[in-house]
Design a protein around this ligand. Structure first.
Ligand code: ZN
Length: 344
């Protein structure tokens, strides 16, 4: 496809409308702004020559969380629709207004707290409702690509309902550093997809407002493993990295006073119960408080913004699941068939 290949404007994604064995470019109209201009989401569609599942990838649902964009573009650069089985749909930017404003939100709203939306609701609610109705409900699998928020850093981690065997399988194939079990039904895109019977996971790829090449590569390898596992692309054995830490839950710790905050552990580090993880000081440098974690865990993410008001986030602690916890689908169930390509 030439760099200037035109995109077709559509109001609805219908997979069978696109030519088999080709990659197509779409602009999906979801709404209009106050100057009556259409808000159009750039979408890539690779419809394989052979029938198979429809895998959806979504990036920049939070408009300043950008690492999913190169993940989708690079995945499509390497896809051969002539040999692909099924269809891959990549929504390069979900939250177009947020992206243009370098912001997480959609105006005053957080889109990932609005799903499944309401077709007669407020601006953000209509937007997500149309996204679900016009695209998401046609998918068979969904991987929603995010990053940390401004002022924080994340590990490469996946949020998934690990009691759902298909979502758990995608989570393990993605080969993140950490997996956090999260039930669905939480007004997120992932939850809305799950309610439609579409196995879905959220991948948190590093930090906002930048491209993080190492995590982008790892996410690509994971997505190719998912494609191979679904028999959409040919399997290629790879050397797998260390297995992810499965967490049964996770939570943030917060300051109870304002000041200047310094957090000491790095992401993916293990912390012990009672271990001091942060110091809070006055502008003059006097110590206000040292903060510890209440229980042992793994650092999923943490604040990097020293300016902390009362109630500022400190550390995102993951609590590892007990080995063999019967509630969760275990890695062994996936292990032997894990595959994918091994670079970029
Ligand atoms: Zn996000």
């Amino acid at each position: 496809m030439s760099p200037s290949a035109p995109a077709t404007v559509v109001e609805r994604f219908e997979p069978e409308e696109w030519p088999a064995g080709q990659i197509s470019r779409l602009l999906l109209q979801l709404a209009h702004d106050g100057l009556s201009r259409p808000i159009e989401l750039p979408v890539l569609v690779a419809r394989g020559a052979k029938p198979g599942p429809i895998l959806g990838l979504t990036a920049a649902l939070h408009g300043n969380e950008l690492n999913g964009i190169p993940v989708i573009r690079r995945l499509f650069e390497r896809l051969d629709p002539k040999t692909l089985r099924g269809t891959v749909v990549g929504v390069i930017v979900v939250n177009v207004p947020g992206y243009l404003n370098h912001e997480r939100g959609y105006g005053q709203w957080d889109l990932n707290h609005m799903f499944p939306g309401n077709p007669r609701g407020n601006a953000a609610s209509v937007y997500v409702s149309r996204l679900v109705d016009r695209l998401v409900r046609r998918l068979n699998l969904l991987v929603d690509l995010h990053t940390a928020s401004v002022g924080r850093v994340n590990s490469l981690y996946v949020r998934a309902d690990m009691t759902n065997p298909e979502a758990a399988r995608i989570a393990y194939l993605q080969r993140p550093q950490i997996i956090v079990h999260n039930p669905p039904s939480d007004m997120t895109l992932r939850g809305a997809a799950a309610e439609l019977g579409i196995p879905a996971v959220t991948v948190e790829i590093g930090n906002p407002q930048r491209f993080h090449s190492d995590y982008i590569k790892r996410t690509l390898t994971g997505l190719r493993a998912v494609l191979a596992d679904q028999h959409m692309i040919r399997t290629r054995a790879v050397k797998l990295g260390p297995p992810p830490v499965l967490c049964e839950r996770s939570y943030w710790t917060y300051t109870d006073h304002g000041g200047l905050l310094e957090v000491s552990p790095e992401v993916t580090e293990h912390v012990e119960a009672g271990q001091t993880v942060a110091r809070l000081t006055t502008p003059f440098g006097d110590l206000i408080a040292e903060y510890a974690v209440p229980e042992a865990g793994v650092v999923v993410g943490h604040s990097v913004n020293p300016v902390a008001e009362t109630g500022a986030r400190i550390l995102h602690v993951g609590v590892p699941a007990v080995d063999g916890d019967p509630r969760f689908h275990q890695r062994e169930a996936v292990g032997s068939t894990e595959s994918g390509s091994d670079e970029d």
